[in-house]
Each structure stands twice: as structure tokens, then as C-alpha cells.
Design a protein around this ligand. Structure first.
Ligand code: ADP
Length: 490
């Protein structure tokens, strides 16, 4: 039986999952990854752990393989933007991995913005001048680790996001490459023309010779050497892009939304690059056979984290899944709204200084109402995003495909359908990130003929249809908009 091995290297864990051609999970191994916070706003990981844990997860799958199972290709999906520099000779990382959440370069970004650089950067990259992306992290390492800039200029140093670092290690230093989706999150890659951009490299003061080669998402990336065997690496993509593929959103206007700690929604926006008018990100959805398909991306910083907060800080329940029964123990929200802006508001509001608030409390409000309000907030936030998507793209999706921890909450799914006024579908396989990496690898080695062949694998586990009167929907959403206006700093 031919199988595909996917590495899903995330912020909280490193995982390997074995898939059948039909997309069923055959085996899975994961290890938690430690985050370090050396200063306020700094977030780092040990790059050696990222590699060692990913290798361990792959080896565990290989050790567990049944006689009948054969791994025909490996695919990699990864936490995006996280930045690693290493020595080309020894492969040793030269600083910890600086994680996407790290804000140490905020002042530098603000300085570039005040100098008026953002517009040009957005036109080339689809992104904003924000510490989130890799470029300013690379510059920080080059400027702050002694002797590194000179060594970089001498060609002794390699840069990569996590995909690239894993590829280098899996191929024992033979391949220094990345894929277009990961390259597109560095602020150095021109997603309109496809290529590292000399002007951007100059702006961020980064030598070109540290950069990896950039390829399609399905590509012959090299041979992984694990134990005494080799396996072709056929696919790579950043995690949200892999999830778009795992959810088989291959048509213009199709949307996937992942509800984990935060929420990331991506809409397939076709083959034409258009920067957003609504402060959404424009990004490469995927690139196959040299053809780029773009996506519009909206990020909600706090989704499931609000439920975690109710659990851990207010002790409302012991397990996040209890929030479902608690929310449905009351008939409605009793006009309570919860704006979960714990770390500011992301798209489309972009207010880093906004803070969370629970509004509309009265004497009869209970923890059930507050919990319900926290779950309802997921849908209101998604509707804010969806309206920006529609305004940007002119496309109005009929269906939203969702995944992530919150997709197991039936109240959230139904309320999403109600508020969006659209169908919400949960797929049978919810490990969509790993699945997307497996699909890319399978595409490369001929397990799948084309995207249509892959799309046939998608199966709905549950479907929710809108089921509230329009006037009630409007009333609820107006209540939300009013609540948001009270936390946004204008
Ligand atoms: P991540 O990949 O970001 O670690 P997951 O997709 O594993 O996140 O989802 C975990 C998040 O979803 C947690 O914040 C948790 O509070 C929330 N969550 C998980 N299950 C439920 C549920 N049944 N109801 C509400 N929230 C849930």
C-alpha cells in the first residue's frame, strides 16, 4: 500500500502523520515544542529541537510501518515566518529560531513605515511592514550576533524558514531551498513577479547569497535520508497554505477557516495579484507548474484562546469542550458581547492597542451567557473578515470550510452558519495542514493526477445551514459592531 508521510512542524508541536492515498490518517506521532521568552515581546525556539523532534516523529512513523505500507514521498508543512540562520559548513544554527510572534523589531518596522516604505513593500509582497514577517528578524540576527554580517557576506551562512531548515537537515546539507508560499512571507520575495527582490533586499540590508532557491509547492526537493533509507521530498508549503490545499479550496472564491488558538481564514483569489483595500494580506495560495494562485488572508488573533482564558483564568469549566453545553443551556446571549481583543484586534480592524471587553452585563447574566458570548464572537469576527474578503475580491462564497479545535464545537459551527448566512462544512479529516503537505508530495510523485483528482478526496463530516431569521441576525451583528466600537481606539 502506497502511503504519504507529512511533517507538520507547528509553533506548539512537531508532528508526523502517515496518510493513505484516500487521505485517511494511518499513524501519527507528535512532540510538544518549548517556546522561550527571553525578554518582553521576544519569542524564540531551539532550532536544533525543531529538527530533532521532527526527525523523531518521522522515525517513529517509519518504525511503526506495517509490512504492507510503503512511504512513497514526504511533504512538509510548517509554522510560517519563523527565522533560522545556520552555518553552511557545519549546519549549526547561529542563533535560536526567532518565532513569528516575536515583536523585537517593532520599532524598526515603525521607523520604516514613518519613512514611507510600506506602500511599495505591500505592492510587491502583499504584506504589511510588521515584525511578524521574516526580513526584520534576519536583519536583527545579522546585526546582533558578532561577526555574522561579515561571514554572511563571505557566503558562509544560510537563511531559511522552518521548511528550508528541515529540508537542509533531511537532505544532510545537500539542498538549500524553499517553496513560493514560505518565500512569500519573508517580505523579501516579490509575489507579483515571482523572485527575490533586490530593492527589498537593499531596504532590509540583507545579502542575497544567504537566501534559498525558491520552487513550486510540488517539486522534486531532494532525498530525505532517514536511518538507512531515502525518501523523496515532493511537497512543501506554509501551514495555512497547506490547509487551503488540504481543504481542497482550488476554485476562485473558496474559503477555508482554521479555528485554533487564533483563526486564519484564506480565500482562493485566483491567478491575478491584487493588494487588499481592506488591510487583509495578499499572499501566494499555492504555486504549481510555475503558475501562481493567490489567496487573501485574514488573521484573527484570538479564537480558541478566549475559551482557554475562560477555562484557566475564570475557571468556568475544566475542559474547552464543556463550553458547548454551557452555551446552549441558555436561550440566547441576553445581550452580552465578548470582544476577545486580548492582544489587540487583527484584520480588518488592525488596532494593536485595543483590549478585550465583556459588555452588556446585567444582574441576571451568568457564566453561561459569557461563555456563549465568547463562542458567538468567533462568528462575528469571521463575518467581519468575510465582508472584507467580499469587498476586496468581488467574490461571495456560498460555503465556508472550517477546521481546527473549535470546529468540534457544534454550537460554534451552527452559529457561524447563522451569522454568515452561508453553509459551514467540517471535513472528515480535520488534520488539513498535514493533509495538504501529503497531497503536494503525492502530486509530485504521481499518486494524484491533478488538483481535481485530489479534490475528489474531500469528504464532509458535518454540514450546517443558516437557521435564524434575518432581523435577528442583523440585531445580533449590530450588537457586536457596537461592542467593537467601544474597544477600538479611534
Ligand atoms: P492550535 O493548533 O492553535 O494549537 P487547536 O486547533 O488544537 O489549536 O485548537 C485548540 C484551541 O481550540 C484551544 O484554544 C481550545 O480552547 C479550543 N477548543 C478546542 N476544543 C474546543 C471545543 N470543543 N469548544 C471550544 N473550544 C475548543
Amino acid at each position: 500500500m502506497k502511503t504519504l508521510l507529512a511533517i507538520d512542524q507547528g509553533t506548539t508541536s512537531s508532528r508526523a502523520i502517515l496518510f493513505s492515498k484516500g487521505g485517511d490518517i494511518l499513524d501519527s506521532h507528535a512532540k510538544e515544542l518549548t517556546l522561550f521568552y527571553p525578554h518582553k515581546g521576544w519569542v524564540e525556539q531551539d532550532a536544533n529541537d525543531i529538527w530533532a523532534d521532527s526527525l523523531w516523529a518521522c522515525q517513529s512513523i517509519i518504525d511503526n510501518l506495517k509490512e504492507s505500507q510503503e512511504i512513497v514521498a514526504i511533504g512538509i508543512a510548517n509554522q510560517r515566518e519563523t527565522t533560522i540562520l545556520w552555518d553552511r559548513e557545519t549546519g549549526e544554527p547561529l542563533y535560536n529560531a526567532i518565532v513569528w510572534q516575536d515583536r523585537r523589531t517593532a520599532d524598526y518596522c515603525a521607523q520604516l513605515k514613518s519613512q514611507g516604505h510600506e506602500k511599495a513593500v505591500t505592492e510587491k509582497t502583499g504584506l504589511l511592514l510588521d515584525p511578524y514577517f521574516s526580513a526584520t528578524k534576519i536583519k536583527w540576527i545579522l546585526d546582533n550576533v558578532e561577526g555574522l554580517r561579515t561571514r554572511a557576506e563571505a557566503g558562509e551562512i544560510a537563511f531559511g524558514t522552518v521548511d528550508s531548515f528541515l529540508l537542509w537537515n533531511l537532505t544532510k546539507g545537500k539542498v538549500h531551498a524553499t517553496d513560493a508560499t514560505n518565500a512569500g512571507r519573508t517580505l523579501l520575495y516579490n509575489i507579483r513577479d515571482g523572485g527575490w527582490d533586490d530593492e527589498l533586499l537593499e531596504l532590509f540590508d540583507i545579502p542575497k547569497n544567504i537566501l534559498p532557491a525558491v520552487h513550486d509547492n510540488a517539486h522534486d526537493f531532494g532525498e530525505a535520508e532517514i536511518g538507512n533509507k531515502t525518501y523523496p521530498i515532493g511537497g512543501m508549503a506554509g501551514d495555512q497554505h497547506a490547509a487551503l490545499i488540504g481543504q481542497t479550496c482550488f476554485k476562485h472564491g473558496m474559503v477555508k477557516s482554521t479555528y485554533g488558538t487564533g483563526c486564519f481564514a484564506l480565500m482562493n483569489s485566483g491567478t491575478e495579484f491584487k493588494p487588499s483595500k481592506n488591510k487583509l494580506l495578499s499572499t501566494i495560495g499555492y504555486q504549481l507548474n510555475g503558475q501562481t494562485t493567490y489567496a487573501v488572508e485574514g488573521a484573527i488573533f484570538v479564537a480558541g484562546a478566549a475559551i482557554q482564558w475562560l477555562r484557566d483564568n475564570l475557571n468556568f469549566f475544566d475542559d474547552a469542550s464543556e463550553s458547548d453545553a454551557l452555551a446552549t443551556s441558555v436561550d440566547d446571549n441576553n445581550e452580552v458581547y465578548f470582544v476577545p481583543a486580548f492582544t489587540g484586534l487583527g484584520a480588518p480592524h488592525w488596532d494593536p492597542h485595543a483590549r478585550a471587553a465583556i459588555l452588556g452585563l446585567s444582574r441576571e447574566s451568568t457564566k453561561a451567557h459569557i461563555t456563549r458570548a465568547a463562542l458567538e464572537a468567533q462568528a462575528y469576527q469571521t463575518l467581519d473578515l468575510l465582508q472584507a474578503f467580499i469587498d476586496d475580491s468581488g467574490y461571495d462564497p456560498e460555503i465556508l470550510r472550517i477546521d481546527g479545535g473549535l470546529a468540534s464545537n457544534a454550537f460554534v459551527c451552527q452559529f457561524l452558519a447563522d451569522m454568515l448566512g452561508r453553509k459551514v462544512e467540517v471535513p472528515k479529516v480535520t488534520e488539513t495542514t498535514a493533509l495538504g503537505a501529503a497531497y503536494l508530495a503525492g502530486l509530485q510523485v504521481g499518486i494524484y493526477k491533478d488538483l481535481d483528482d485530489i479534490a475528489q478526496n474531500w469528504q464532509s463530516a458535518k454540514q450546517y445551514s443558516p437557521n435564524i431569521p434575518e432581523n435577528e441576525r442583523k440585531k445580533l451583528y449590530n450588537g457586536w459592531k457596537d461592542a467593537v466600537s467601544r474597544v477600538v481606539n479611534t
